[in-house]
Design a protein around this ligand. Structure first.
Ligand code: SF4
Ligand code: SF4
Length: 441
């Protein structure tokens, strides 16, 4: 069979065998949850509760603020014991609501099914549901979903695509969700199609997940939805690659997918939407993969949002020896973390624990001009030059060489024999350029 793919990119060992066949387990709710008000792109949510209040499971405890934001819900029933700055995955202290679990799991009265017909729903109604559910992009981007569907009338949407590629090594949470909950994912996509006014849906899945492809092919029967198997290659799960694989449409540099009539969501986001409509459950938990050679019992887990890493890792049998590095997310786009009192957030897809032996010991060196990064960049950038410009703070040159078009996929840094922290340099430079543009606008 001819499989769709894209030019360049990199072939990586998947390391998915550690967890790909393990059914999702439910992590018992922890004694405390820490819920940062900022766990999505945009303005932090505004607390609706005070210290000392009792809250019920699923109760809205913080409201979305401004145009781009998402509300927050209690992921355990119990008492609010603090609203204060707590460690956040961004490396700073960020205000969070802390709930002491009373172990009743008593649902809030507003938790009830919505009885919404996907083929008849109004798009305004669906957008409101997306917002009320606290949905954000669960592939890691954490962009509020209802904002993505706030479409301009002059940009009609033809297709909604679900990203089930899961191309990052080690992660298998989306894979297991597709195998175990295909009907809910398809229900969520049908609602999304209606919200976007789109005529067709696609679910793009890498070929190395035949059981997920089979499960979804069964679930889409009778609906205008096609499952698209694609080659297992990194970064196949990047938004532009997904769009090209499904539709052969090319998103212009600097434009959003809506510019070519497409919206892309993660399969987990579609599932979370279906959960809210069919069960009334807002986004209070998510599936993550806990994996790597440095953890005793790798698992796919359903985890309450706000559970601390240490609680998750303890449930997985703790570290195997001394951990070398703990990464939130996958090894290419995830972020290394140095403390265990960080919470699982809406956009957290996994915890990867590398052993000391797997952790690089050599320091980055100067560019040896091998050109491997150029061959790897799927967006035809020149990471070698960009790296030099960013390193020497030559921001104008970096911008002229397209640093803003970098999708931070990490392919260049992965292949670089000099171990240059290219992605990090590009990220920092992009932030500087964007901040400067904001100041002058
Ligand atoms: S991180 Fe940026 S420059 Fe590097 S390969 Fe990805 S898109 Fe290209
Ligand atoms: S891969 Fe690394 S060493 Fe080779 S050209 Fe690119 S930046 Fe330089």
């Amino acid at each position: 069979m001819f499989l769709k793919t894209f030019r360049k990119g990199i072939h990586l060992p998947g390391h998915k065998g550690l967890t790909s066949s393990l059914p999702i387990e439910i992590l018992p709710s922890p004694q405390q949850v820490v819920l940062p008000l900022s766990q999505h792109i945009g303005a932090p949510a505004e607390p609706l509760v005070s210290v000392g209040d009792q809250v019920l499971l699923g109760q809205k405890i913080a409201e979305a603020q401004g145009m781009v934001s998402a509300p927050l819900h209690a992921s355990v029933a119990g008492k609010i014991i603090a609203i204060e700055p707590r460690p956040h995955v961004c490396g700073k202290m960020v205000t969070a609501i802390v709930i002491e679990n009373n172990r009743t799991d008593e649902w809030a009265p507003e938790i009830f099914p919505r009885h919404l017909d996907p083929e008849r729903a109004e798009s305004d109604e669906v957008r409101e549901i997306m917002k009320e559910a606290g949905l954000v992009g669960m592939g890691g981007a954490a962009f509020p979903t209802h904002v993505k569907y706030n479409l301009s009338p002059d940009q009609p949407i033809d297709y909604v695509i679900l990203n089930g590629a899961e191309c990052e090594p080690f992660l298998t949470c989306d894979h297991r969700l597709m195998v175990e909950k295909p009907d809910r994912i398809v229900f969520g996509l049908r609602v999304m199609l209606r919200a976007a006014g789109a005529s067709k849906g696609y679910i793009v899945i890498e070929e190395n997940k035949p059981d997920a492809i089979a499960a979804l092919n069964r679930a889409v029967q009778g609906y205008p939805i096609e499952v698209v198997p694609v080659k297992a290659k990194y970064p196949q799960g990047e938004e532009r690659m997904i769009i090209y694989a499904a539709t052969r449409r090319v998103v212009p540099v600097g434009a959003l997918p809506a510019a070519v009539g497409v919206i892309v969501n993660n399969v987990a986001t579609a599932f979370a939407l279906a959960e809210f409509i069919q069960s009334g459950r807002p986004l209070i938990s998510r599936i993550i993969t806990v994996t790597g050679n440095g953890i005793n019992q790798p698992k796919n887990l359903e985890v309450r949002i706000g559970t601390l890493l240490e609680d998750v890792l303890n449930y997985c049998g703790g570290f195997k020896g001394n951990p070398g590095r703990i990464i939130l997310g996958g090894p290419l786009t995830g972020s290394a973390q140095y403390r265990l009192d960080l919470p699982i957030m809406k956009g957290t897809s996994g915890i990867l624990v590398q052993t000391e032996a797997e952790t690089p010991k050599t320091a980055p060196s100067v560019c040896i001009r091998c050109g491997k990064c150029v061959d790897a960049c799927p967006f035809n950038l020149l990471p070698n030059f960009l790296g030099l410009y960013c390193e020497h703070d030559q921001i104008d040159k970096a911008e002229a060489y397209g640093v803003l078009d970098c999708r931070e996929c990490g392919s260049c840094a992965y292949v670089c024999p000099a171990r240059r922290p290219l992605t990090q340099m590009f990220k920092n430079t992009k932030n500087k350029i964007i901040a400067a543009k904001r100041k002058t606008s």
